[in-house]
Design a protein around this ligand. Structure first.
Ligand code: ADP
Ligand code: TRP
Length: 321
């Protein structure tokens, strides 16, 4: 099947992003035609600093490649390198009702948090629909928070097809079940907006310190504890192989351990788990021309596909032919 997803280059990726999203993107590159892109045009609605946006976009490419995205299996590119998408966006915009976009929770949320309501933020889901439809994507792996945007995409595709004849493949969301899960340093859902995130590639020493400061309850050491539902146990479970995890669960149920031991186990496991990606990232960071080449190749493959779909849509609605 054809799979597509996009990641906004708005900050450093954390463990939640990896276990909730990135790991599945990487799994899906096997046996599918996969397209992954860095959504810099979407990020432009919130990142208003050119140097920062450029740096974030380059970093996002390094992160994905270091974490295992294989440019020989998946097509990796930067959104703005495919101008066909922005053109398709206009064709979709002309048929999108205000009401459909006014109902979008992510827009309402951002505005209620006091972000200035720019038009790009409002029409964000239409650009996202153009991203998806441009590659005839059948499946879009996303976190729960993005499902409404995929519904908007389906709605826009179906109404275009209904009005102008069969043009677009109508995609389905694939919700990543793990995505609600990974807890942050305060025990709440890890998120870069809550200041509780542990970044994948932050230097090991401060990372370990951060892990050792994770909030815990004050039950006595001797007390036997139920592992399920404990955030330290959940974090350890992200990294551990089944035997090590079973051992940890048994230790919880026996009692007589300190949370410090669990934290240390998490820090060790994380260090080992991401050791190879860390090394790979450093290696890639020293070869910016190689990364540029991968992205240029991805963009040219992506443009070929997006160009075909754009022409199909232009013919259907009468702006070409
Ligand atoms: P953040 O909440 O840090 O801003 P994003 O909203 O940019 O993260 O999320 C990018 C992807 O990572 C989404 O698919 C989302 O579902 C996933 N994700 C984010 N935080 C977590 C988490 N704590 N646990 C699991 N998945 C997460
Ligand atoms: N809106 C998505 C997010 O914030 C990123 C994104 C942009 C995307 N275009 C996409 C995801 C197309 C899936 C498909 O996470």
């Amino acid at each position: 099947m054809r799979v597509l997803s996009g990641i906004q280059p708005t900050g450093r990726p954390h463990w939640g992003n990896y276990f909730g999203a990135i790991r599945q993107y990487i799994d899906l590159q096997n046996g599918n035609e996969a397209y992954y892109f860095i959504a810099n045009l979407h990020a432009l609605t919130t990142v208003r600093d050119a140097a920062q946006l450029r740096q974030n976009s380059h970093d996002a490419a390094l992160d994905l490649l270091a974490l295992g995205l294989d440019p020989n299996r998946a097509t990796l590119f930067v959104q703005s390198d495919v101008p066909e998408v922005s053109e398709l966006c206009w064709l979709l915009m002309s048929g999108a009702s205000m009401g459909l976009l006014e109902r979008c929770v992510s827009y309402k949320d951002k505005v209620s948090k006091g972000l200035p309501a720019n038009v790009g933020l409002f029409t964000y889901p239409v650009l996202q629909a153009a991203d998806i439809l441009s590659y005839d994507a059948e499946v879009v792996p996303v976190g729960q928070d993005q499902v409404q945007h995929i519904e908007v995409c389906r709605d826009l595709a179906q109404s275009f097809n209904h009005h102008f004849g069969e043009t677009f493949v109508v995609p389905k969301p694939r919700v990543l079940e793990a995505s609600a899960k990974v807890p942050g340093t305060d025990g709440e859902k890890m998120s870069k907006s809550y200041d509780n995130a542990i970044e994948i590639f932050e230097p090991l020493k401060p990372q370990r310190k951060k892990i050792m400061r994770i909030t815990t309850d004050s039950r006595p050491m001797e007390e036997a504890k139920e592992p399920e539902g404990d955030h330290l146990y959940q974090l350890f479970a992200c990294f551990a192989e089944p035997p090590a995890l079973a051992e940890m669960a048994a230790m919880y149920r026996r009692g007589g351990f300190g949370y410090g031991e669990v934290k240390k186990a998490i820090a060790d496991a994380a260090e080992q788990y991401f050791a190879e990606p860390r090394a790979k990232r450093e290696e890639l960071a020293a070869q910016p021309e190689k990364v540029a080449e991968i992205l240029a190749d991805g963009a040219s493959r992506a443009r070929k596909k997006a160009g075909e779909v754009l022409l199909r849509a232009q013919m259907a609605c009468g702006v070409k032919g």
